[in-house]
Design a protein around this ligand. Structure first.
Ligand SMILES: [Cu+2]
Length: 155
């Protein structure tokens, strides 16, 4: 009986190990291939205003949810009379950035913060990779304290 039990638990342990390796293997394969495949998806468009014409210090909307593996086009604009930052370092580390487009400029690679001058707009194309809750804020002196913050969730 003891031997049978040991054999059974070893089999279970080996099965769990193989299963873990398969999952890990699949996850890294997914991480390596997702951007290429996802680039064929039309992006889901999400718009965020940095401030407003009344010069209120807030992001509108200030609570955004994203899904891993989907492609997004985050359209940022600043209709307010002063400049603002869209700063989300941890969020930026949890996504794969395809590019940021602003005017005739296109930036590729890791981006943690964008500064938008009055009337400026920018488009951030990315694919969320790592689930979690991330903080958004404007790093202009006094703006975070005044409530210019937001929540970015990846599910
Ligand atoms: Cu601001």
């Amino acid at each position: 009986m003891v031997n049978v039990y040991n054999f059974a638990s070893r089999t279970v342990i080996v099965a769990v190990l193989v299963w873990s390796l398969l999952i890990m293997g699949n996850t890294s394969a997914l991480a390596a291939t997702t951007p290429g495949n996802v680039l064929k998806q039309p992006p889901i468009e999400v718009s965020v205003s940095l401030g407003n014409t009344a010069n209120e210090l807030k992001f509108i909307p200030n609570n955004l949810k994203f899904t891993t593996g989907k492609r997004y086009k985050l359209k940022l604009n600043n209709p307010s009379p002063q400049k603002h930052y869209f700063t989300a370092k941890d969020f930026a580390d949890a996504i794969w950035t395809q590019k940021v487009e602003a005017g005739n400029l296109e930036v590729k690679g890791a981006i943690h913060a964008l500064e938008l001058k009055p009337q400026a707009s920018a488009e951030w194309l990315f694919v969320p990779m790592k689930p979690g809750n991330y903080q958004l804020r404007c790093t202009i002196a006094g703006h975070t304290e005044a409530g210019m913050t937001g929540k970015l969730a990846i599910e």
